[in-house]
Write a protein that binds this ligand. Sequence first.
Ligand SMILES: Cc1ncc(COP(=O)(O)O)c(C=O)c1O
Length: 376
Amino acid sequence: MPDISARFEGLGVGFAPYLQPPGPEIVRWTVGEPGFATPKEILDVAIGELEAGNTKYTRGAGSMELCQGVADYLSKHHEIEVSAEDVVVTPGAKQAMLYSFLITTMPGDEVILLAPSWASYEPMLEFIGAKPVHVPVRKDNFHPDLDAIREAVTDKTRMILLNSPCNPTGAVFTPDEIRGILEIAVDNDLWIVSDEIYSRMVWVDWPHVSPASLPGGMERTIVVNGWSKSWAMTGMRLGFLTGPPNAVKAAIKSQANSASHVPTFMMEAARVALSCDGSVEEFNLEYKKRREIMKNGLSELPGVRVIEPEGAFYIFADITGTGMTDTEFADGALEAGVQLIPASLITGGEGFIRVSYATNEDAIHEGLSRLRSWLL
Ligand SMILES: Cc1ncc(COP(=O)(O)O)c(C=O)c1O
């Protein structure tokens, strides 16, 4: 058997080992996946499209109607003004991230990540030869340290990767912080790749602000977003990106040379989903309820410190007060019947655990009761 390419040597797979389903007796707090069914309205459109025979090759960036829908959505919800031609619909936000990394870096270039960051960024950057440079966020609230970001810029830096609302910390960066990061990017002529997949899940008083909506932001920001989280469509693999014309042209080439396009019969369903605000709001009410239960329950555990979860559906809790490492804590929790993520799996996560409250209320209550029996 011939050797595979060296590109895969030591390449990680994010949290994947922890995302395998354990036995049915284990409560899973690991997966960042909505516990809701995909809204029926969306499914009905997809089924209708299948029955109508919309199963053939089509426009690579997505149908014009869908791309126009995305442009309208971005204008309505996030004050991002783009045309349909500036939108590329991709197989999940993850694929859009990969295109964005290919577009903004060459092998050896540095990318500033705000640590701890989503587990997939680092291996994805390493996959294409870019170098992740981790700049720690503030430990008290997980917000960015602008001075530290500025200091981390070198002549090799090409891009700052933003993810607000954030997986894993739940932080929602303030409009001033986003402005500050854009200023650093402008001063150093850097790209920003802004992963806004949780943009509709904000539980604090300040809004989600995209750098692309700020003066001078659109020309250097690639916005990545998608349908997985707010519409409970994780398995349908639908995401999108938008950015300045040179980046969009390159994204179209990236897609033409890899995925071609997303499933044709899903395009109209994705377009319809963008106006299903009722479902998004209904899910959000549930998430807010679950967040309170999880936050209060974890806070009552001895040695566990919860930092205010501001958005997305994660809590990043400091467990150093238990005297255990995060891996020992995760192993103990699993023995007690709860699967959660020890955050030392990612740079800057030592001493923390990540839990997702996306699943369902029963799993949260049951998991908390098991942890109480273990720790109290
Ligand atoms: C921060 C972040 N970005 C992107 C994704 C991937 O989204 P998609 O399912 O659209 O590929 C996830 C999924 O967990 C995520 O947490």
